[in-house]
Write a protein that binds this ligand. Structure first.
Ligand code: G3P
Ligand code: CA
Length: 244
């Protein structure tokens, strides 16, 4: 039986504001094995942790991430729907700050390169350089819906794990992952059928389905021997994992 890791999607985002230090700290406290986070680039070329290209949903501000400097982004409040329950402001974090914190934990980290809508020229190399500077190669998986980014990372940093994200079901995804030199793939959980997980395991390709919050689906994916699951609720997933 494979040990399935629990990755907290955007941190413990069910209970805390997504992609904030609070959500990452609470994910660790809940027993997650890793965190997933989203990276974009600020106007002045800094790596920032935020999911949407637009600011409104998570900060209540108008405009785009790419049009603000890192210091302007860090002054925003990413608490959004948790404003009533959390007293303290939660800034949009820099990737550097999250990774420096993570380097003192036992957590793994799945960094999603959010470069589908805007190209963010040079983002892959900046992320690779930061991982190298902090010596975090062993703890990081780089993923993206933009598979050109995965190919770029595999060519320039073959020692760092990568995984294309698949929004749709594709034929023999483990073959596709191998063909672009990725060591795994991240399918939407609805397309992570047991047979696909089994075949991928046989070919030493990791399967980490997202974003699975439903109890019976979490159970199914763990029993099917997924390498990891990506969930908004790491506390629930950990409890289920421990009971299996
Ligand atoms: O990495 C899986 C998942 O995070 C991709 O979807 O939109 O939540 O970033 P999204
Ligand atoms: Ca993501």
């Amino acid at each position: 039986m494979v040990l399935t890791w629990i990755f907290a999607h955007r941190g413990f985002s069910l209970a805390y504001p997504e992609n904030t230090m609070k959500a990452f700290i609470e994910a660790e406290r809940a027993g997650a094995d890793g965190i997933e986070l989203d990276v974009q680039m600020s106007k002045d070329g800094q790596l920032v942790v935020i999911h949407d290209e637009k600011l409104d949903r998570t900060t209540g501000e108008k405009g785009f991430v790419k049009d603000l400097s890192a210091s302007e982004l860090m002054r925003l409040d990413a608490r959004y729907k948790f404003k009533q329950t959390l007293v303290k402001k939660e800034p949009v974090p820099l990737l550097r700050d999250v990774l420096e914190w993570l380097s003192n934990t036992s957590l793994q980290c799945n960094i999603e390169l959010k470069n589908g809508t805007f190209p963010y020229h040079g983002m892959e190399d900046k992320v690779i350089d930061l991982i190298r500077e902090l010596k975090l190669e062993e703890k990081i998986i780089l993923s993206s819906f933009n598979h050109y980014s995965i190919v770029h990372v595999n060519r320039h940093a073959p020692d760092i794990e990568t995984a294309p994200i698949l929004a749709e079901g594709i034929y023999m995804p483990w073959v596709y992952a191998k063909s672009i030199l990725a060591s795994g793939f991240h399918p939407h959980y609805r397309y992570a059928h047991d047979e696909i997980i089994k075949k991928s395991c046989q070919h030493h390709i990791a399967v980490r389905p997202y974003t699975v919050n439903n109890e019976s689906e979490i159970q199914r994916l763990i029993k099917a021997d997924c390498s990891a699951i990506i969930t908004d609720d790491p506390a629930k997933a950990k409890r289920i994992n421990d009971d299996i």
